[in-house]
Write a protein that binds this ligand. Structure first.
Ligand SMILES: Nc1ncnc2c1ncn2[C@@H]1O[C@H](COP(=O)(O)OP(=O)(O)OP(=O)(O)O)[C@@H](O)[C@H]1O
Ligand SMILES: [Mg+2]
Length: 486
């Protein structure tokens, strides 16, 4: 997981390294040449015992095995393969009438079964499916390694009061099965929060299965979520498991939930209420125990009011809302995040950045970061690539940060109205607005707001006692922990 804004699916089809276990020589040869014809690398064997030796000495992505082998029961083979550190995805092939065996194989840990005889297309669809699962397992293994890294709560870095509250909530909710709705602007770290919840939960051994509801075309999303049966639609040459099934015992992360179409909103509501669904084109009802974490940068309540998002679904999702504040509301996090990204890109990019000069840091803290933490990471990465060593200085910063416009002066009348204007009142109003903005930007920490306004704290407190300001301040601070300041 970089900080590149990649929309590429982790399940892109690639070439597979396949172990083919089949005792009938002509079947084996024919399957081998079919798979090789599609660009896969295939090793064939007729023996189950040899298959185990091969799988121990070489990493296979997929093991395609007959269930009836002369020297080893196919089920035992599945179990042995499952114990390998590099777990290949196992697909068993069964003869006509041995469905019972296939069910046993799935219970033993096989991913799917193919009933003989099967066509080239079915085989090819199965390999693609198996590769998706493999990619998902690998991505989860990588994430698990990172989670064990330097940060106590996953990979989240922060020193701000507001984020500490978010961490506290994440910690409390992680070990429950509650549905979580992560809200925040783009790039604030919503996906990271979802990963942190999953990998700090009892479900960490299960998969975290991400689905970007905004990036998958609507026509495909239903099958992506719930799977489909063979023949469900043109092109559905084999049945396929959906991401809810892949998330069994784990967590499904429904990103960009605000983009879900009305029909899929109904289906998701049913999953949340009844924990059941059907594959597209199927009649069998599947049960799911997957935990749901959803995220969006849209204002769902506005979407509900505009009847674009179902209110009942909103309440089902909004069991535990986690609101991730934008970076401009937690300026204290900026230096820490910069240090974090400098370390990260020194490692990843082989750079040797030593730190940040005070002038550059001042501008970085002043900037409003519309792209939030992702934007900050991208800027540090670019500097690590271009500059490679030394201090991060003013001239390394992008133009938009160096040339920050002066803070906008809100609603100052362009000219004195015809009827004249009460100068002292206009000035007072203007001052009040700037004070409020400073307080908002510093999360109501008065000492910080005073610094931003270049006045001392007592002067600020005096000004806050003015009748015209006091009322607004009381209203806002009632809902803020920081009213009394440090
Ligand atoms: N507190 C943090 N500590 C360390 N890295 C962070 C933190 N918050 C965000 N990041 C990093 O910033 C980048 C953006 O975060 P993430 O993808 O989680 O944001 P997002 O809210 O899901 O964005 P979007 O709405 O655009 O999908 C990621 O590389 C993530 O690792
Ligand atoms: Mg995201």
């Amino acid at each position: 997981m970089g900080i590149d804004d990649s929309t590429e699916s982790p399940y892109d089809e690639t070439m597979a390294h396949i172990l083919l276990v089949e005792d009938e020589a002509d079947v084996r040869e024919s399957l081998k040449s079919q798979l090789e014809g599609e660009g896969h690398e295939v090793v064939g064997t007729e023996s189950g015992i040899e298959a185990i030796a091969l799988a121990e000495s070489s990493k296979f992505d997929i093991v395609l095995t007959d269930v009836m082998l002369p020297d080893l029961n196919g089920l035992d083979l599945v179990q042995r393969l499952k114990q390998l550190p590099h777990k290949p995805v196992v697909v068993v092939m069964t003869g006509y009438g041995s469905v019972e065996m296939a069910v046993k194989a799935i219970k033993a840990g096989a991913f799917e079964f193919l009933q003989k005889p099967f066509s080239v297309d079915v085989l090819s669809a199965m390999v693609t499916s198996a590769l998706r699962v493999k990619a998902l397992h690998e991505e989860n293994q990588e994430l698990r390694k990172t989670v064990k890294g330097q940060f106590s709560l996953g990979r989240l870095v922060s020193s701000s009061h507001v984020m500490k509250e978010v961490f506290r909530l994440v910690e409390c909710v992680a070990d429950t099965d509650s549905t979580v709705l992560v809200l925040g602007e783009s790039g604030t770290g919503k996906e990271l929060i979802a990963q942190t919840i999953h990998f700090n939960s009892l479900r960490r051994k299960g998969n975290l299965v991400p689905v970007n509801c905004g990036a998958i075309p609507e026509a495909l999303l239903e099958s992506e979520l719930f799977g489909h049966e063979k023949g469900a639609f043109t092109g559905a040459i084999a049945s396929r498991v959906g991401r809810f099934e892949l998330a069994a015992g784990g967590t499904i992360f429904l990103d960009e939930i605000g983009d879900l179409s009305p029909p899929l909103q109904v289906k998701l509501l049913r999953v949340l209420q009844e924990r059941t669904f059907e594959r597209v084109g199927g009649t069998r009802t599947y049960k799911t125990d997957a935990r749901v974490i959803a995220a969006t940068n849209q204002d769902l309540e506005t979407l509900v009011a505009a009847k674009q998002f179902r209110e009942d679904l909103f309440y089902r999702l909004n069991v535990v809302p986690v609101i991730v504040p934008p970076l401009r509301q937690r300026v204290e996090d900026i230096p820490l995040l910069i240090q974090h990204f400098v370390n990260q890109f020194n490692d990843r990019r082989g750079a040797e950045l030593t730190g940040v000069t005070p002038e550059a840091m001042a501008l970085l803290c002043e900037y409003s970061w519309p792209g939030n933490v992702r934007e900050l990471g991208n800027i540090v990465e670019r500097i690590a690539i271009l500059k490679r060593k030394g201090y991060l200085e003013l001239e390394d910063l992008p133009e938009k940060i160096r040339q920050q416009p002066m803070p906008s002066i809100p609603n100052v009348p362009a000219a004195i109205p015809v009827g004249g204007l009460d100068l002292s009142r206009a000035v007072e109003e203007f001052e009040n607005r700037l004070i409020l903005e400073a307080l908002e930007r510093t999360n109501w920490v008065k000492s910080k707001a005073a610094r931003l306004l270049q006045i001392n704290r007592t002067t600020l407190i005096e000004k806050l006692k003015k009748k015209s300001l006091a009322e607004v301040v009381t209203q806002r601070t009632c809902s803020s922990d920081d009213a009394t300041d440090s």
